[in-house]
Design a protein around this ligand. Structure first.
Ligand SMILES: Cc1cc2nc3c(=O)[nH]c(=O)nc-3n(C[C@H](O)[C@H](O)[C@H](O)COP(=O)(O)OP(=O)(O)OC[C@H]3O[C@@H](n4cnc5c(N)ncnc54)[C@H](O)[C@@H]3O)c2cc1C
Length: 388
């Protein structure tokens, strides 16, 4: 059986649904083909089940890409305020958690329910459990599934990245881009915990569960947020953020005591220069277990001013060389993707293949932690949806 539409969207995640809504509202006959049994599974698990759906401070500075200017146009034409207006129209209760991050008060189901309702109002046809076998381009795009054929003059690829394969991530979008001769920036896992070397693991990982605010630095980037020690290494927002910029075998630097001058106490000549005093001082700024362990492993060579100054520097630039990341199994996002040189920044349409669009995470635009990746999904989806 053959179905004809004005546009076919492959992938019913955040970007695909937003694109379908915008195109449907403009009277386009749109089909969304989703291979799993339900749409928006990643929305449901996002933000610990509460979906950090946008960020009040979202702007181009919160993204990286081989072309840092690419995201600007779409982000400016669909702002956080546009998504918030939709959330408020549906009376969904939400709150700002920290740093402009907006979360649902109740559950991510509210966001998915809202998108599904908008799809219904916009007359979007949804096909779940749809296995895409082949995509051809004749006079139109033809998508073959085992029993049906879908035809449309426009095809939007919204199949996301490689993160979390167990809930349906596939390399489909990259494979299709290659099929049509578009170049790809090699994908890598972003926003992922780091695994420490066996030696560092034996030093620190029995402290799993302990966290502290740090500044994590790598490749000219710095993030001041919480760091969490895990059974295999490090996690927490500061580490997830810096992981997107880390490449093996570089070290990452951790400022364990940002803005503090731990050894200043020794400038008073009456203060005894010994480990007990130093430990007591460091314990003022760090959880006791981290302070004690770190000093056990980094005791000053002597108690001279120079040694103390070296120790102070080390506390603000503790170098760790992670063994690897936790990979796509745990990554919140896939960095890299369809090369932005291939796409129009205004519409997300391929420059080489008219009618072919790429949106969301499959594109080489990656956001920081904190609602930015959803904002990119909404903004790029809206950009394409308005051009269909
Ligand atoms: C655990 C976790 C928590 C997260 N929390 C947040 C958060 O709170 N805030 C935030 O901003 N970002 C968060 N993210 C990132 C965010 O979920 C993604 O960046 C966003 O969902 C990307 O949208 P997308 O539509 O491009 O891709 P997706 O949402 O991944 O959607 C892609 C869709 O395509 C489907 N698909 C894949 N292959 C095929 C195929 N071959 N045929 C048909 N369909 C296919 C998939 O099943 C999926 O439904 C989180 C990610 C994870 C993994």
């Amino acid at each position: 059986m053959t179905h004809s539409f004005d546009a076919i969207i492959l992938g019913g995640g955040a970007a695909g649904l937003m694109c379908a809504i915008e195109a449907g509202k403009r009277g386009r006959r749109v089909a969304v083909l989703e291979h799993s049994g339900r749409m928006g599974k990643k929305i449901l698990i996002s933000g610990g089940g509460r979906c950090n759906f946008t960020n009040l401070n979202c702007g181009p500075q919160n993204f990286f890409s081989s072309n840092p200017h690419f995201a600007k146009s779409a982000l400016s034409r669909y702002a956080p305020a546009d998504f918030i207006a939709l959330v408020e129209k549906y009376g969904i209760p939400y709150h700002e958690k920290t740093l402009g991050q907006l979360f649902c008060d109740r559950s991510a189901h509210d966001i998915l329910g809202m998108l599904e309702a908008e799809c219904r109002h916009a007359g979007v046809s949804i096909f779940v459990n749809t296995r895409i076998q082949e995509v051809q381009r004749t006079t139109a795009f033809v998508v073959h599934t085992p029993n049906e054929e879908f035809r449309a003059p426009a095809l939007v690829i919204a199949t996301g990245g490689l993160s979390i394969p167990k809930i349906g991530a596939t390399s489909f979008g990259y494979d299709l881009a290659r099929q049509f001769g578009l170049s790809i920036r090699e994908p890598w896992p972003g926003l992922t915990p780091l695994i420490l070397s066996p030696e560092d693991r034996s030093h620190y990982c029995d402290l799993a569960g302990v966290s502290t605010e740090v500044v994590a630095l790598c490749n000219g980037q710095r993030f001041r947020e919480k760091m969490l020690i895990t059974h295999r290494g490090l996690s927490g927002p500061a580490i997830l953020q810096i992981s997107s910029y880390w490449k093996q075998p570089q070290p990452i630097l951790i400022d364990l005591v940002p803005g503090r001058d731990v050894t200043s106490v020794f400038r008073d000549s009456m203060t005894p220069r010994n480990l007990g005093t130093l430990r007591a001082e460091l314990r003022k700024f760090l959880p006791h277990r981290i302070a004690d362990r770190w000093l056990d492993l980094h005791a000053p060579a002597s108690w001279t001013n120079q040694s103390l100054s070296d120790l102070e520097k080390q506390m603000h630039a503790w170098a760790l060389s992670p063994a690897k990341t936790e990979g796509f199994e745990k990554a919140e996002v896939t960095a890299g993707g369809v090369d932005t040189d291939e796409l129009s920044a205004k519409t997300m349409e391929s420059r080489k293949i008219p009618g072919l669009f790429f949106i969301g995470e499959v594109v080489d635009v990656t956001g920081h932690l904190g609602g930015h990746n959803f904002q990119w999904a909404w903004a790029s989806g809206a950009a394409a949806g308005r051009a269909l």
